[in-house]
Design a protein around this ligand. Structure first.
Ligand SMILES: [Cu+2]
Length: 134
């Protein structure tokens, strides 16, 4: 019968925790967004100065390429070893390099013309890297 409870005083206690939760949620979303923006790819951070000179084999392990920023000479052979049980591939964007890698197997690619290329495993688009071909 008394409908006064939510009257003028309804905004003291209930809104404070709610507002805190909303603020925390917004902060969490922003952190997730900026984290994703910074952590994704890493391709643009790969330059001839910080690239690893690939002397051995490009390794795929735990759904990641290692190294994922490397330099090679044009025309040289890039060996890619899949250390995972799952199939992957080594696909260099903007070239015809696309090497299928069944679980546990090694494939070979020929480094394309000089330039900077992004590469990816098209099965797992988060597996990316950059090659500096010299
Ligand atoms: Cu993959």
């Amino acid at each position: 019968m008394e409908s006064r409870k939510l009257g003028r005083r309804g905004r003291t206690l209930p809104t404070t925790p709610l507002r805190a939760i909303v603020v925390l949620a917004v902060v969490a979303v922003l952190a997730a967004l900026t984290g994703a923006a910074c952590g994704g790819g890493g391709g643009s951070d790969c330059t001839s100065e910080n690239a690893t000179k690939l002397t051995g084999t490009l390794t795929v392990k735990n759904f990641a390429f290692s190294p994922n920023c490397f330099s090679v000479a044009s025309g040289s052979t890039i060996s890619v070893a899949n250390g995972d049980a799952r199939p992957h591939n080594f696909t260099v964007r903007g070239t015809d390099v696309a090497v299928g890698l069944p679980g546990g197997e090694t494939g070979e690619a020929t480094a394309p013309a000089p330039g900077t290329y992004d590469f990816v495993c098209t099965v797992h688009p988060s597996m990316t890297g950059t090659i500096i071909v010299t």
